[in-house]
Design a protein around this ligand. Structure first.
Ligand code: SF4
Length: 353
């Protein structure tokens, strides 16, 4: 925490940034509502996903599940189906579980008490701060990636991203800077600055309302801060994906509960053994069925966290028509509506129709 940050400086900082935000903010649909439920959904979607992508998903989700009660009574498949393509499906499962908790514990309303909000599944300090400050103007702080970048540069914080030291400094600053009134505007203003001006690469310092207060700018360290956290090495993965048809139906596999992308549907997928693929040989899938593998249909590239995947799609043949779970047949013209993994969706796009 910069010790020399005076009360007068804090007031000036708030005034200048909020005045900039009033004219420079992007017109985003969730900024036109104070409904905590709608804001909460947008915050969940915006974590890890770009604004441009979220807009349409948010509209569709709100149209289908306009309040916590509707979401609480929805089938998980329907919730995941609407989420399909956004990735990080745990967010959708948490929203679903939290909606049930809102109904059971709070009559379907969003509580205003921070400790009660934090008890909802999947709601961390950031989301609680965002919903409470934006919907209710509660003086709650928040820190996300944008705030971290802005503060690290503005106050020249040297600890690396993801470190306990930086987290402590960032939250201390966020608590000190959030105003007693107008907290929602302030929090959004910091995030907007990070998203549109103080960007990860090439920050537009000439257009920054805080330029003359910025310590990184004064020392030309904008490109250096925040210091990155150590990256995990990328891992290359080769997958064979089988397209198994039965009339108009396509064979899918339901991913196991408890693992990654739990409960989503994918095409039968086999990690390729080193030194070759399964083509023209009987190939056992993890679900226990041995498929025959035919001609190549296409290939796609896909990235999940640090895994760089190259997936090759083949015609597959099942040993019999009736297959036990986790196998499921689905009509090919309905696949779009199902909760498919991002990779399955990509593979289906390159297959001949
Ligand atoms: S002056 Fe530049 S580095 Fe500093 S806060 Fe503004 S955009 Fe970011």
């Amino acid at each position: 925490m910069p010790a020399e940050l005076s009360a007068a400086e804090i007031r000036a900082l708030r005034r200048e940034l909020v005045a900039w935000y009033a004219v420079a903010q992007r017109d985003l649909p969730w900024r036109r509502t104070r409904d905590p439920y709608a804001i909460w959904i947008s915050e969940a979607m915006l974590q890890q996903t770009r604004v441009e992508t979220v807009i349409e998903y948010w509209r569709r989700f709100l149209a289908r599940f306009p309040d916590a009660r509707t979401l609480a009574t929805a089938r998980e498949d329907d919730v995941l189906g609407l989420w399909s393509g956004l990735g990080y499906y745990r967010r959708a499962r948490h929203l679903h579980a939290a909606a049930k908790a809102l109904v059971e514990r709070h009559g379907g309303e969003f509580p205003r008490e921070p400790t009660l909000v934090r008890e909802l599944p999947g709601v961390g300090a950031y989301t609680a701060g965002a919903v409470l400050s934006i919907a209710f103007d509660a003086p709650e702080p928040l820190v996300d990636g944008n705030v971290a970048r802005v503060f690290a540069r503005l106050f020249e914080l040297d600890a690396p991203l993801g470190s306990k030291e930086l987290d402590r400094e960032l939250w201390a600053l966020a608590r000190r800077l959030v105003p007693g009134s107008g907290a929602g505007e302030w929090n959004q203003a910091v995030m907007e600055l990070g998203a549109t001006v103080c960007t990860p690469k090439n920050p537009r310092c000439d257009a920054c309302p805080l330029a003359r207060r910025c310590r990184a700018r004064a020392t030309s360290r904008q490109g250096e801060l925040p210091r990155p956290k150590a990256r995990r090495a990328a891992v290359d993965v080769e997958l064979d994906v089988l397209f198994v048809a039965r009339g108009r139906d396509v064979l899918c596999v339901r991913r196991a509960q408890g693992g990654r992308m739990a409960g989503l549907l994918e095409l039968p997928t086999i990690e390729r053994a080193q030194g070759g693929h399964a083509r023209l040989h009987p190939t056992e899938h993890a679900g226990g069925i041995v498929f025959r593998v035919g001609e190549v249909l296409g290939s796609v590239r896909h990235t999940i966290t640090h895994h760089r995947i190259r997936a090759t799609a083949f015609v597959g043949r099942a040993p019999h028509r009736e297959l036990p779970p986790p196998y499921e047949w689905h009509a090919s013209d309905q696949l779009d509506r199902l909760a498919l993994t991002g990779l399955a969706r990509k593979v289906l796009r390159v297959l001949p129709s």
